[in-house]
Write a protein that binds this ligand. Structure first.
Ligand SMILES: Nc1ncnc2c1ncn2[C@@H]1O[C@H](COP(=O)(O)OP(=O)(O)OP(=O)(O)O)[C@@H](O)[C@H]1O
Length: 323
């Protein structure tokens, strides 16, 4: 189990990560999200042992993970860190890049593991190609293969699918994440892509300016976001005064799918823009002087729409209790 206690690492007077606390169980998947520059990569690198902490401690089981001051080769042996800039061996083949990290003493097992990873990452047809001649997305898949070759106990992924096209990404992501679960490998992933998070992450940590803003079970973080910053990380969101929900002047966070267009509704808004999003239309409308965002399966046919807030859905969400 990983235990991060009060971790603080600063690159300079203010930039870095401050007072981070969390735990990751074997096989658990934690996502670290937040705006660009909030400290996600710094946190991953600190956990891997690439930095000497200013304060705090990191433990994997009974081992304390220390920085470069204490280690000849920085990086903890049971972890794998997949950086944004994956460093592969450019002049050897895809297959050799993966196999290089496996034991030469057991060539049969090494070959079997390499074949398994080439299959998982859809790299079989590229196995003999020199890495320098691969595309960015192909290199990223080789880097994932290399990280998984010698089974780590914890893997730290920094934007693992950022170079991989949409066409391959969805299936690949499902397969890699189920492979990690099956092998009971813990995962911490830093990402901007909510498809890496929702549906896969057990827990989510939200960072802002290097500080831990939220850390709860994934469903709780989405269902009861702490503030607009947290909610906005999952997509477009509204913040509106709805007296039926909160009688005070306090605003409520409303997801666009919690507003329903209907002929018989009493609320009215003027349509400003409609965006076709495939499964639904995203409608930007003016309501009581403010812009609101509504997701609707039906495309509005008039410039003025009638709608209601789905109070039952919103109340259910706000009354959500995590286990
Ligand atoms: N080696 C460094 N020296 C000085 N400042 C740094 C260094 N690395 C990162 N920083 C700064 O620390 C802050 C956090 O950077 P970090 O790379 O951890 O953010 P991030 O959340 O991973 O960003 P992104 O999502 O854009 O990858 C940023 O303000 C960045 O400019």
């Amino acid at each position: 189990m990983l235990k991060v206690k009060n971790l603080t690492y600063l690159h300079n007077a203010s930039e870095g990560v401050k007072n981070i606390n969390f735990e990751v169980q074997p096989g658990e998947f934690t996502a670290i999200i937040g705006e660009s520059g909030c400290g996600k990569s710094t946190l991953l690198k600190s956990i891997f042992g690439l930095y000497d902490l200013k304060e705090g401690q990191i433990f994997w089981r009974k081992d304390e993970i220390k920085g470069p001051k204490y280690n000849l080769i920085p990086g903890y042996e049971h972890f794998k860190y997949l950086a944004q800039e994956f460093d592969l061996m450019p002049y050897i083949s895809v297959e050799e890049n993966i196999k290089k990290h496996l034991s030469r003493q057991f060539p049969e097992e090494s070959q079997q593991k390499t074949d398994e990873l080439l299959q998982l990452l859809e790299l079989k047809d590229l196995k003999d190609k020199m890495v320098k001649n691969l595309s960015g997305g192909q290199k990223q898949r080789v880097a994932i293969g290399r990280a998984l070759a010698k089974k780590p106990q914890l893997i730290l992924f920094d934007e693992p699918f950022s170079h991989i096209d949409q066409f391959k990404k969805h299936k690949l992501r499902r397969e890699i994440f189920s492979y990690l679960k099956k092998e009971n490998i813990s995962l911490i992933v830093a990402t901007h892509d909510m498809d890496d998070v929702l549906g896969f992450a057990d827990s989510i940590m939200i960072l802002k300016n290097g500080k831990q803003i939220d850390y709860r079970k994934a469903e709780a973080v989405y269902t009861k976001p702490k503030n607009m910053y947290c909610a906005s990380l999952f997509g477009e969101v509204n913040q509106l005064m709805i007296p039926e929900i909160k009688p005070s002047s306090e605003k409520t966070i409303i997801y666009p799918e919690e507003i329903k267009i209907s002929e018989n509704a009493t609320e009215e808004a003027d349509v400003l823009n409609i965006y076709f999003k495939g499964q639904h239309y995203m409608i930007i409308a003016k309501y009581k002087g403010e812009e609101i965002i509504i997701n609707s399966v039906e495309k509005p046919t008039t410039n003025q729409i009638k709608f209601h807030f789905d109070l039952e859905k919103i109340n259910n969400r706000l009354n959500y209790k995590s286990e």
